[in-house]
Design a protein around this ligand. Structure first.
Ligand SMILES: [Zn+2]
Length: 441
Protein backbone atom coordinates (compact mmCIF):
# COMPACT_ATOMS: atom_id res chain seq x y z
CA UNK A 1 0.00 0.00 0.00
CA UNK A 2 1.40 3.38 -1.00
CA UNK A 3 1.58 6.34 1.40
CA UNK A 4 -0.49 8.82 -0.62
CA UNK A 5 -2.73 8.24 -3.62
CA UNK A 6 -4.07 11.22 -5.59
CA UNK A 7 -6.99 10.03 -7.72
CA UNK A 8 -8.53 11.27 -10.97
CA UNK A 9 -6.57 14.54 -11.23
CA UNK A 10 -5.40 16.24 -14.44
CA UNK A 11 -1.60 16.32 -14.75
CA UNK A 12 0.30 19.28 -16.23
CA UNK A 13 3.20 18.39 -18.53
CA UNK A 14 5.81 20.74 -19.98
CA UNK A 15 8.59 20.16 -22.48
CA UNK A 16 10.59 22.98 -24.03
CA UNK A 17 8.04 25.64 -24.97
CA UNK A 18 5.17 23.14 -25.01
CA UNK A 19 2.66 22.58 -22.20
CA UNK A 20 -0.26 20.17 -22.17
CA UNK A 21 -2.52 18.37 -19.73
CA UNK A 22 -3.22 14.66 -19.34
CA UNK A 23 -6.72 14.28 -17.93
CA UNK A 24 -7.96 11.76 -15.36
CA UNK A 25 -4.72 10.45 -13.89
CA UNK A 26 -3.76 8.86 -10.57
CA UNK A 27 -0.49 9.67 -8.80
CA UNK A 28 0.93 7.27 -6.21
CA UNK A 29 3.47 8.54 -3.68
CA UNK A 30 5.71 6.20 -1.70
CA UNK A 31 8.02 7.79 0.85
CA UNK A 32 9.40 11.02 -0.58
CA UNK A 33 8.96 10.08 -4.25
CA UNK A 34 6.39 9.62 -7.00
CA UNK A 35 5.98 5.87 -7.46
CA UNK A 36 3.48 5.83 -10.30
CA UNK A 37 1.44 8.06 -12.61
CA UNK A 38 -1.28 6.14 -14.45
CA UNK A 39 -4.80 6.30 -15.85
CA UNK A 40 -7.43 7.34 -13.31
CA UNK A 41 -8.71 4.41 -11.23
CA UNK A 42 -5.95 2.03 -12.37
CA UNK A 43 -3.93 2.29 -9.15
CA UNK A 44 -6.73 1.07 -6.90
CA UNK A 45 -8.04 2.99 -3.93
CA UNK A 46 -5.90 1.78 -1.04
CA UNK A 47 -3.31 4.11 0.47
CA UNK A 48 -2.27 5.65 3.75
CA UNK A 49 -4.11 8.76 2.53
CA UNK A 50 -6.38 8.92 -0.49
CA UNK A 51 -7.01 12.31 -2.09
CA UNK A 52 -9.95 12.46 -4.50
CA UNK A 53 -8.89 15.19 -6.92
CA UNK A 54 -11.30 15.03 -9.86
CA UNK A 55 -11.27 18.36 -11.70
CA UNK A 56 -8.07 19.53 -10.04
CA UNK A 57 -4.85 20.21 -11.91
CA UNK A 58 -1.74 18.57 -10.46
CA UNK A 59 1.37 20.68 -10.99
CA UNK A 60 4.93 20.30 -9.73
CA UNK A 61 5.43 22.31 -6.53
CA UNK A 62 6.36 25.88 -7.47
CA UNK A 63 9.98 26.91 -6.88
CA UNK A 64 10.95 30.31 -5.49
CA UNK A 65 14.57 30.81 -6.56
CA UNK A 66 15.39 33.93 -4.52
CA UNK A 67 13.71 35.26 -1.41
CA UNK A 68 14.24 36.85 1.96
CA UNK A 69 11.32 35.04 3.54
CA UNK A 70 11.32 36.70 7.02
CA UNK A 71 11.01 40.13 5.35
CA UNK A 72 7.25 39.49 5.39
CA UNK A 73 7.64 41.11 8.83
CA UNK A 74 8.07 44.47 7.03
CA UNK A 75 5.40 43.95 4.36
CA UNK A 76 3.80 47.24 3.33
CA UNK A 77 6.18 49.35 5.40
CA UNK A 78 8.34 50.70 2.55
CA UNK A 79 6.43 52.10 -0.40
CA UNK A 80 7.06 54.62 -3.19
CA UNK A 81 10.75 55.33 -2.49
CA UNK A 82 13.95 55.16 -4.57
CA UNK A 83 16.19 52.05 -4.50
CA UNK A 84 18.80 53.94 -2.41
CA UNK A 85 16.22 55.16 0.08
CA UNK A 86 14.63 51.70 0.17
CA UNK A 87 17.90 50.26 1.50
CA UNK A 88 19.42 53.11 3.49
CA UNK A 89 16.38 54.81 5.04
CA UNK A 90 14.17 51.78 5.53
CA UNK A 91 15.24 48.17 5.03
CA UNK A 92 18.71 48.17 6.55
CA UNK A 93 17.68 50.29 9.56
CA UNK A 94 14.59 48.10 10.07
CA UNK A 95 16.62 44.90 9.83
CA UNK A 96 18.95 46.06 12.59
CA UNK A 97 15.97 45.46 14.95
CA UNK A 98 15.71 41.77 14.13
CA UNK A 99 16.32 39.09 16.73
CA UNK A 100 16.72 35.38 16.00
CA UNK A 101 13.21 34.74 17.31
CA UNK A 102 11.71 37.44 15.05
CA UNK A 103 13.29 35.69 12.08
CA UNK A 104 11.82 32.34 13.14
CA UNK A 105 8.25 33.70 13.31
CA UNK A 106 8.73 35.71 10.11
CA UNK A 107 9.97 32.57 8.34
CA UNK A 108 6.92 30.59 9.47
CA UNK A 109 4.57 33.37 8.31
CA UNK A 110 6.27 33.44 4.90
CA UNK A 111 6.25 29.66 4.61
CA UNK A 112 2.53 29.55 5.42
CA UNK A 113 1.96 32.06 2.62
CA UNK A 114 4.10 30.04 0.19
CA UNK A 115 2.48 26.69 0.98
CA UNK A 116 -0.95 28.30 0.55
CA UNK A 117 0.12 29.45 -2.92
CA UNK A 118 1.60 26.11 -4.04
CA UNK A 119 5.28 26.92 -3.45
CA UNK A 120 7.12 23.89 -2.05
CA UNK A 121 10.74 24.99 -2.41
CA UNK A 122 12.48 28.28 -1.66
CA UNK A 123 16.03 29.56 -2.01
CA UNK A 124 16.27 31.92 0.92
CA UNK A 125 19.00 34.49 1.62
CA UNK A 126 18.82 36.10 5.03
CA UNK A 127 20.14 36.37 8.60
CA UNK A 128 19.78 33.95 11.54
CA UNK A 129 19.36 31.16 9.01
CA UNK A 130 19.44 28.47 11.68
CA UNK A 131 16.02 29.87 12.65
CA UNK A 132 14.81 29.70 9.04
CA UNK A 133 16.10 26.11 8.91
CA UNK A 134 14.13 25.33 12.07
CA UNK A 135 11.02 26.82 10.44
CA UNK A 136 11.64 24.73 7.29
CA UNK A 137 11.97 21.55 9.35
CA UNK A 138 8.63 22.28 11.04
CA UNK A 139 6.74 23.54 7.99
CA UNK A 140 7.83 20.62 5.80
CA UNK A 141 9.00 22.88 2.96
CA UNK A 142 12.13 22.29 0.90
CA UNK A 143 14.66 25.08 1.50
CA UNK A 144 17.97 26.13 -0.05
CA UNK A 145 19.41 28.36 2.65
CA UNK A 146 22.18 30.95 2.46
CA UNK A 147 23.19 32.98 5.53
CA UNK A 148 23.75 36.52 4.20
CA UNK A 149 27.08 38.06 5.17
CA UNK A 150 28.60 41.51 4.49
CA UNK A 151 32.33 42.21 4.36
CA UNK A 152 32.10 44.79 7.17
CA UNK A 153 30.85 42.01 9.50
CA UNK A 154 34.29 40.43 9.17
CA UNK A 155 35.75 36.96 8.92
CA UNK A 156 34.27 35.82 12.24
CA UNK A 157 30.74 36.27 10.86
CA UNK A 158 31.75 34.45 7.66
CA UNK A 159 32.91 31.54 9.83
CA UNK A 160 29.57 31.56 11.62
CA UNK A 161 27.82 31.12 8.27
CA UNK A 162 30.24 28.27 7.45
CA UNK A 163 29.35 26.60 10.75
CA UNK A 164 25.67 26.89 9.77
CA UNK A 165 26.48 25.07 6.52
CA UNK A 166 28.30 22.28 8.37
CA UNK A 167 25.40 21.85 10.75
CA UNK A 168 22.46 21.97 8.32
CA UNK A 169 23.62 20.66 4.91
CA UNK A 170 21.30 17.80 3.91
CA UNK A 171 19.18 18.02 7.07
CA UNK A 172 15.50 17.03 7.27
CA UNK A 173 15.89 14.04 4.91
CA UNK A 174 17.66 16.23 2.37
CA UNK A 175 14.98 18.93 2.33
CA UNK A 176 17.54 21.47 3.51
CA UNK A 177 20.40 22.41 1.19
CA UNK A 178 22.86 25.11 2.25
CA UNK A 179 24.70 27.75 0.23
CA UNK A 180 27.34 30.35 1.03
CA UNK A 181 25.69 33.80 1.01
CA UNK A 182 27.96 36.85 0.53
CA UNK A 183 25.44 39.66 0.04
CA UNK A 184 26.73 41.16 -3.23
CA UNK A 185 29.84 42.47 -5.00
CA UNK A 186 28.90 46.02 -3.89
CA UNK A 187 28.98 45.10 -0.17
CA UNK A 188 31.77 42.50 -0.35
CA UNK A 189 35.16 43.32 -1.91
CA UNK A 190 37.40 40.94 -3.91
CA UNK A 191 39.42 39.63 -0.94
CA UNK A 192 36.29 38.81 1.04
CA UNK A 193 34.71 37.17 -2.04
CA UNK A 194 37.88 35.09 -2.48
CA UNK A 195 37.53 33.89 1.10
CA UNK A 196 33.86 33.04 0.50
CA UNK A 197 34.76 31.11 -2.65
CA UNK A 198 37.40 29.13 -0.77
CA UNK A 199 35.01 28.24 2.07
CA UNK A 200 32.27 27.26 -0.41
CA UNK A 201 34.70 24.96 -2.24
CA UNK A 202 35.92 23.38 1.00
CA UNK A 203 32.35 22.80 2.16
CA UNK A 204 31.17 21.61 -1.26
CA UNK A 205 28.31 24.13 -1.54
CA UNK A 206 27.27 26.78 -4.05
CA UNK A 207 27.22 30.56 -3.63
CA UNK A 208 23.96 32.56 -3.71
CA UNK A 209 24.28 36.35 -4.01
CA UNK A 210 22.85 39.55 -5.54
CA UNK A 211 24.39 40.44 -8.91
CA UNK A 212 23.88 43.39 -11.29
CA UNK A 213 20.46 44.41 -9.97
CA UNK A 214 20.80 47.91 -11.41
CA UNK A 215 22.97 49.57 -14.06
CA UNK A 216 24.39 51.77 -11.26
CA UNK A 217 25.75 48.65 -9.52
CA UNK A 218 27.44 47.53 -12.74
CA UNK A 219 28.95 51.02 -13.25
CA UNK A 220 30.23 51.11 -9.65
CA UNK A 221 31.91 47.70 -10.06
CA UNK A 222 33.53 48.83 -13.33
CA UNK A 223 34.82 52.01 -11.63
CA UNK A 224 36.13 50.18 -8.56
CA UNK A 225 37.64 47.06 -10.13
CA UNK A 226 37.55 47.52 -13.91
CA UNK A 227 35.31 44.45 -14.14
CA UNK A 228 31.58 43.79 -14.41
CA UNK A 229 30.09 42.01 -11.36
CA UNK A 230 30.02 38.56 -13.07
CA UNK A 231 33.62 39.03 -14.27
CA UNK A 232 34.68 40.02 -10.75
CA UNK A 233 32.96 36.92 -9.37
CA UNK A 234 34.78 34.73 -11.90
CA UNK A 235 38.09 36.39 -11.02
CA UNK A 236 37.60 35.77 -7.28
CA UNK A 237 36.74 32.07 -7.73
CA UNK A 238 33.04 32.41 -6.85
CA UNK A 239 32.13 30.86 -10.24
CA UNK A 240 34.41 27.84 -9.79
CA UNK A 241 31.46 26.04 -8.17
CA UNK A 242 27.69 26.40 -8.54
CA UNK A 243 26.36 29.96 -8.29
CA UNK A 244 22.89 31.44 -7.97
CA UNK A 245 22.63 35.04 -9.18
CA UNK A 246 19.67 36.95 -7.80
CA UNK A 247 18.37 39.31 -10.51
CA UNK A 248 21.32 39.82 -12.93
CA UNK A 249 19.24 42.32 -14.90
CA UNK A 250 22.17 44.06 -16.61
CA UNK A 251 24.55 41.40 -17.98
CA UNK A 252 26.86 42.31 -20.86
CA UNK A 253 27.23 39.89 -23.77
CA UNK A 254 30.58 38.85 -22.32
CA UNK A 255 28.90 38.24 -18.95
CA UNK A 256 26.37 35.96 -20.61
CA UNK A 257 29.09 33.91 -22.28
CA UNK A 258 30.97 33.67 -19.01
CA UNK A 259 27.84 32.58 -17.12
CA UNK A 260 26.90 30.04 -19.79
CA UNK A 261 30.34 28.43 -19.47
CA UNK A 262 30.00 28.08 -15.68
CA UNK A 263 27.33 26.59 -13.43
CA UNK A 264 25.36 29.81 -12.95
CA UNK A 265 21.60 30.07 -12.59
CA UNK A 266 19.53 33.24 -12.32
CA UNK A 267 16.47 33.97 -10.18
CA UNK A 268 14.18 36.69 -11.56
CA UNK A 269 11.64 38.67 -9.50
CA UNK A 270 9.85 41.00 -11.95
CA UNK A 271 7.42 42.49 -9.43
CA UNK A 272 10.34 43.94 -7.48
CA UNK A 273 11.86 45.39 -10.68
CA UNK A 274 8.61 47.00 -11.74
CA UNK A 275 7.98 48.40 -8.26
CA UNK A 276 11.50 49.77 -7.76
CA UNK A 277 11.75 50.68 -11.43
CA UNK A 278 15.08 48.87 -11.50
CA UNK A 279 15.13 45.87 -13.80
CA UNK A 280 14.87 44.82 -17.40
CA UNK A 281 12.93 42.40 -19.54
CA UNK A 282 15.59 40.27 -21.18
CA UNK A 283 15.02 36.75 -19.93
CA UNK A 284 15.18 35.62 -23.55
CA UNK A 285 18.81 36.79 -23.72
CA UNK A 286 19.66 34.53 -20.78
CA UNK A 287 17.73 31.60 -22.25
CA UNK A 288 19.35 32.07 -25.65
CA UNK A 289 22.68 31.38 -23.93
CA UNK A 290 21.31 28.27 -22.23
CA UNK A 291 21.55 29.87 -18.78
CA UNK A 292 19.04 28.35 -16.32
CA UNK A 293 16.43 30.91 -15.22
CA UNK A 294 13.92 30.47 -12.42
CA UNK A 295 11.17 32.65 -10.99
CA UNK A 296 11.59 34.40 -7.65
CA UNK A 297 9.72 36.70 -5.31
CA UNK A 298 12.62 38.49 -3.60
CA UNK A 299 11.54 39.79 -0.18
CA UNK A 300 7.98 40.89 0.57
CA UNK A 301 9.30 44.34 1.50
CA UNK A 302 9.84 44.98 -2.21
CA UNK A 303 7.39 42.54 -3.81
CA UNK A 304 4.74 42.47 -1.04
CA UNK A 305 3.98 38.79 -1.60
CA UNK A 306 5.70 35.41 -1.89
CA UNK A 307 3.43 34.32 -4.74
CA UNK A 308 5.23 32.61 -7.64
CA UNK A 309 2.09 32.39 -9.81
CA UNK A 310 1.89 36.19 -9.66
CA UNK A 311 5.59 36.62 -10.50
CA UNK A 312 5.29 34.15 -13.41
CA UNK A 313 2.39 36.16 -14.84
CA UNK A 314 4.25 39.46 -14.46
CA UNK A 315 7.43 38.06 -15.96
CA UNK A 316 5.56 36.76 -19.00
CA UNK A 317 3.66 40.01 -19.54
CA UNK A 318 6.79 42.11 -19.07
CA UNK A 319 8.72 40.05 -21.65
CA UNK A 320 5.95 40.50 -24.20
CA UNK A 321 5.31 44.16 -23.47
CA UNK A 322 8.87 45.44 -23.15
CA UNK A 323 10.05 43.23 -26.00
CA UNK A 324 7.30 44.65 -28.21
CA UNK A 325 6.45 41.11 -29.28
CA UNK A 326 3.14 39.49 -28.37
CA UNK A 327 4.33 36.12 -29.69
CA UNK A 328 7.28 36.03 -27.27
CA UNK A 329 7.21 33.94 -24.14
CA UNK A 330 4.44 31.46 -24.93
CA UNK A 331 2.52 29.74 -22.13
CA UNK A 332 4.71 26.63 -22.17
CA UNK A 333 7.89 28.67 -21.81
CA UNK A 334 6.51 30.54 -18.80
CA UNK A 335 5.61 27.25 -17.13
CA UNK A 336 8.99 25.80 -18.06
CA UNK A 337 10.66 28.59 -16.07
CA UNK A 338 8.40 28.04 -13.06
CA UNK A 339 9.10 24.32 -12.86
CA UNK A 340 12.11 22.94 -14.74
CA UNK A 341 13.90 26.32 -14.80
CA UNK A 342 13.69 26.66 -11.04
CA UNK A 343 14.90 23.10 -10.54
CA UNK A 344 17.91 23.72 -12.81
CA UNK A 345 18.81 26.96 -11.03
CA UNK A 346 19.01 24.99 -7.77
CA UNK A 347 20.86 22.04 -9.35
CA UNK A 348 17.92 19.71 -8.57
CA UNK A 349 16.68 19.00 -12.10
CA UNK A 350 17.04 15.25 -11.48
CA UNK A 351 14.56 15.44 -8.60
CA UNK A 352 12.24 18.41 -9.08
CA UNK A 353 10.28 20.33 -11.69
CA UNK A 354 8.10 17.57 -13.22
CA UNK A 355 5.49 15.05 -12.12
CA UNK A 356 7.31 11.89 -13.19
CA UNK A 357 7.97 8.51 -11.65
CA UNK A 358 11.10 8.65 -9.48
CA UNK A 359 11.03 12.41 -8.92
CA UNK A 360 10.48 13.85 -5.47
CA UNK A 361 6.79 14.17 -4.61
CA UNK A 362 6.52 17.98 -4.46
CA UNK A 363 3.00 18.49 -5.82
CA UNK A 364 0.31 21.15 -5.75
CA UNK A 365 -3.32 20.47 -6.64
CA UNK A 366 -5.02 23.52 -8.15
CA UNK A 367 -8.82 23.85 -8.29
CA UNK A 368 -10.23 24.60 -11.76
CA UNK A 369 -13.89 25.17 -10.91
CA UNK A 370 -13.96 28.90 -10.09
CA UNK A 371 -15.59 31.42 -12.44
CA UNK A 372 -12.26 33.16 -13.12
CA UNK A 373 -10.89 29.98 -14.76
CA UNK A 374 -14.07 29.05 -16.59
CA UNK A 375 -14.45 27.91 -19.33
CA UNK A 376 -11.44 25.68 -19.52
CA UNK A 377 -10.26 25.62 -23.14
CA UNK A 378 -6.62 25.63 -22.15
CA UNK A 379 -5.79 24.74 -18.51
CA UNK A 380 -2.11 25.68 -19.02
CA UNK A 381 -3.07 29.18 -20.23
CA UNK A 382 -5.45 29.48 -17.28
CA UNK A 383 -2.60 28.68 -14.92
CA UNK A 384 -0.35 31.37 -16.41
CA UNK A 385 -2.98 34.10 -16.88
CA UNK A 386 -6.04 33.43 -14.71
CA UNK A 387 -5.38 31.17 -11.72
CA UNK A 388 -5.05 32.65 -8.25
CA UNK A 389 -2.92 31.51 -5.35
CA UNK A 390 -6.14 30.84 -3.47
CA UNK A 391 -7.07 28.19 -6.09
CA UNK A 392 -4.33 25.96 -4.64
CA UNK A 393 -6.20 23.31 -2.66
CA UNK A 394 -3.64 20.72 -1.57
CA UNK A 395 0.16 20.71 -1.33
CA UNK A 396 2.66 17.89 -0.84
CA UNK A 397 6.39 18.28 -0.29
CA UNK A 398 8.81 15.37 -0.08
CA UNK A 399 5.77 13.08 -0.08
CA UNK A 400 4.14 14.67 2.98
CA UNK A 401 0.80 16.46 2.80
CA UNK A 402 1.41 20.03 4.06
CA UNK A 403 -2.03 21.42 3.16
CA UNK A 404 -5.29 19.72 2.23
CA UNK A 405 -8.55 21.47 1.41
CA UNK A 406 -6.64 24.72 2.22
CA UNK A 407 -6.08 23.57 5.82
CA UNK A 408 -2.41 23.84 6.76
CA UNK A 409 -1.23 20.76 8.62
CA UNK A 410 2.22 21.83 9.78
CA UNK A 411 1.82 25.51 10.70
CA UNK A 412 -0.50 26.96 13.33
CA UNK A 413 -1.39 30.02 11.30
CA UNK A 414 -3.37 31.82 14.00
CA UNK A 415 -0.49 31.49 16.46
CA UNK A 416 2.08 32.68 13.89
CA UNK A 417 0.00 35.75 13.05
CA UNK A 418 -0.44 36.52 16.76
CA UNK A 419 3.30 36.15 17.45
CA UNK A 420 4.13 38.45 14.52
CA UNK A 421 1.53 41.04 15.55
CA UNK A 422 3.06 41.26 19.03
CA UNK A 423 6.44 42.20 17.51
CA UNK A 424 5.34 44.93 15.13
CA UNK A 425 5.64 47.87 17.54
CA UNK A 426 9.34 47.15 18.04
CA UNK A 427 10.11 46.01 14.49
CA UNK A 428 8.82 49.10 12.69
CA UNK A 429 11.15 51.49 14.61
CA UNK A 430 13.93 53.13 12.61
CA UNK A 431 16.72 54.28 14.90
CA UNK A 432 18.74 57.08 13.25
CA UNK A 433 22.23 55.85 12.38
CA UNK A 434 21.41 52.21 13.14
CA UNK A 435 21.74 50.20 9.95
CA UNK A 436 22.80 46.66 9.08
CA UNK A 437 24.75 47.86 6.00
CA UNK A 438 25.01 50.88 3.69
CA UNK A 439 23.93 50.97 0.05
CA UNK A 440 26.47 52.88 -2.10
CA UNK A 441 24.99 56.04 -3.60
ZN1 LIG B 1 17.27 39.90 -2.82
Amino acid sequence: MVDVLIRHCDVLRTEGERAWVETDQDIAVEGARIQAVAAGGSLGAAAGEVIEARGMLAIPGLINTHAHVPMVLFRGLVEDVSVESWFNDYVWPLESNLTAEDVYWGALLGMAEMIESGVTCVADHYFFMDEVARAAVESGMRAHLAWAVFEHQGEAQLERTAAFIREWQGAADGRIVTWMGPHSPYTCGPDFLRLCARRAAELGVGVHLHVSETQAQVDLCLRQYGLTPPALLAETGILDGRALFAHCCYPTDADLELMAARRVGVGRAPKTYMKLSSGTADVRRLLAHGIPVGIATDGATSSNSLDILEQMRLLTLLEKYMGGDSTAFPVGQALGLAFEGGARVLGQEQDLGALQVGKLADIALVRQDAVHVWPRYDPAANLVYSSRASDVDTVLCNGKVLMRGRELRTIDKARVMREVAERLGRLNQRVPGSRIATYPV
